[in-house]
Design a protein around this ligand. Sequence first.
Ligand code: ADP
Ligand code: ZN
Length: 727
Amino acid sequence: MVRVAVDTPLRRTFDYLAGEAEPQPGVRVRIPFGRRQLIGVVLELAASSDLPREKLKRVQDIIDPAPVFDAELLALLRWAADYYHHPIGEVLFAALPKLAREGAPARALRERWVATADGAAAHRAGALRRAPRQRVVLAALIGHGGLDAEALAALGAGARDAAHALVKRGWAATHEARDTCGADAALGTARPSPFHLTPEQEAAVDAIEAGQGCFGAFLLHGITGSGKTEVYLRLVERVLARGERALVLVPEIGLTPQLVGRFAARFAVPMATLHSALTGTTRLAAWRDALSGHARIVLGTRSAVFAPLAGLGLIVIDEEHDASFKQHEGGFRYSARDVAVMRAQRAGVPIVLGSATPSLESLHNAQQDRYVRLMLPRRTGVALPPRLALVDLRAEAMRNGLSTFVVETMRRHLDERGQVLVYLNRRGYAPTLACTACGWIAGCDSCDARLTVHARAARLKCHHCGADAALPARCPKCGYEVRAVGQGTERVEETLAALFPDTGLARLDRDVVRRDEELTAVLARVASGEARILVGTQMVTKGHDFPDVTLAVVLNADHGLFSTDFRAAERLAQTIVQVAGRAGRGARPGQVLIQTEYPEHPLLTSLLARGYEGFAETALAERRDAGWPPFGRLAAVRASARSLQDAIQFLGDVRRMMAAPRAIRLLGPAPAVMARRADRYHAQLLVESTERAALHRYLDAWLPMAENLPSARRVRWALDVDPLELF
Ligand code: ADP
Ligand code: ZN
């Protein structure tokens, strides 16, 4: 008898009878489910069932000869299902690529060529004297006990034709074979590193290596350009030399071809890259490479934390503070960073969390001695830290969002052959289209939001629901002229092109860059110096290393200063420091200008006077006073419905349904700041506690009741444990 999990929101498993050969836990099976046939994953073997034996159905088909989740990964996923209070079936299926969920074989077919007995005899008899190429191929087939297609091709041009000729003679045969685990483990070696480590880098590598073979969490806090990536590379080198495998997680936007290139340039080993932009078959192939053990390094974004990996030796999380590690939509909401720490702990391997701007959670963990903090306080080489200054927007003449002072400073840097980076957190041309006569403003019909002007495409777009309309030339209400108000990256690009007509300009945001190749092309224009001004959104703040950038400008810091979300300040500080980190990476010192209307704001002044450390200290003290994470534990119950009343009603019922014990504080229900999105109304209820265990006991108790509430039928709702964004 086996206990099977299926991809449904039901919080339970299902028992099935199996034949003689019971499928092992972690194996996919086909099962009858109601009137359908479903794919399920065997969770465990069972000696008995709550159902009488004659009521149990049989497993129809065992898909995998060997588990696709080993015991360790299965245990991790069960922990995640518990911790995030999510049905185990959906958790397991979230860990599989789509095609694997649909039953695609877990092992790829590989073309294999072997010599036949006749071929071996002919070879011994010294045949093929006049067909040297066939002779070489036959010898190789015999010598290696067969070759797969890649190895055959490596014998040189014409080897494949020669192999076909051998098949015709009956001296060779070809067939398709499944990958065998680790059989192709031709261990590549690392290329020598181009430089000696700095003493700080060496200390970091040594500290992490000293803990090799057991769990340890290391917070690698190094300013941008201090050589964190080099530390990862050295650690991975040691891991590979021991025959173990490394899992490297990067933010959604951080998996640039540059980073993959750096790993590929250093290590001549098979690598699997896993990210959401991959097509179905490529993703399946990468997952298979991880599962079979072919891949020595798995490099991926959020969901790669669930990649199958035998012989794991190290986990690295780059830019650990990045919000894209948190899945905050859909059913199963998890933090890949937190799951990774748990995975490392269960596997008994070190985990490195790297960042120039660690999350307050991780800094707190380091203060509590749960993580070991390793510092890289200096940039490698000659680069000095950049100088930061605030530009008071109230005192400056402005042109389309650019102050005179910023424009003059840009001109000076460009004249001195520097490059300039301009950051703005808003894409499009302008965030508002307004009538100059009657005050009409273009709003979204489905959201509580304004439509963004996209001038070049001549469209009005909603950035929340995707609504898209033609850009009107006149006010639809009074027929008078309309005007674009405010700045987006497209408009800043236009303004800069007018101000600096002879300077190459590049823009980086989701409107101009949709695919990897486009990103590579833009970055190449900046790297070559052809583009000397780079304007963009969040995308410009991540990971790129341009030695000639000497000035970085934050066009508007104020969005993060007065938010209802208690994490907004942390995010703003991180962005400013990350943008600043792009300036002055080469021999020339960098300068950073931050435009604001609130130059006396304590967040900005503490950040400028005492750096990220100083900011973090202030911010952590505030969190402690307010009882927010990391000092308190938080879960959000989120609901949306066709009417705000339905959403609030459900959350109100949830709140009334179960009296909260003393350790629990309930906040809400309250409508989201932007209540209406895509014609649905959103609201939330926060559950807060200083004790993690109490919070989870509470959630365990009320979840089944909430699911059965009559008002639940009119809403879509989800539980978000450790939410990153509050709205
Ligand atoms: P980070 O990941 O912290 O931003 P990187 O690892 O990318 O830093 O290093 C920044 C630059 O310094 C890279 O060009 C890298 O090749 C170089 N670098 C790293 N370590 C050293 C070192 N020990 N000596 C000289 N250059 C180094
Ligand atoms: Zn909308």
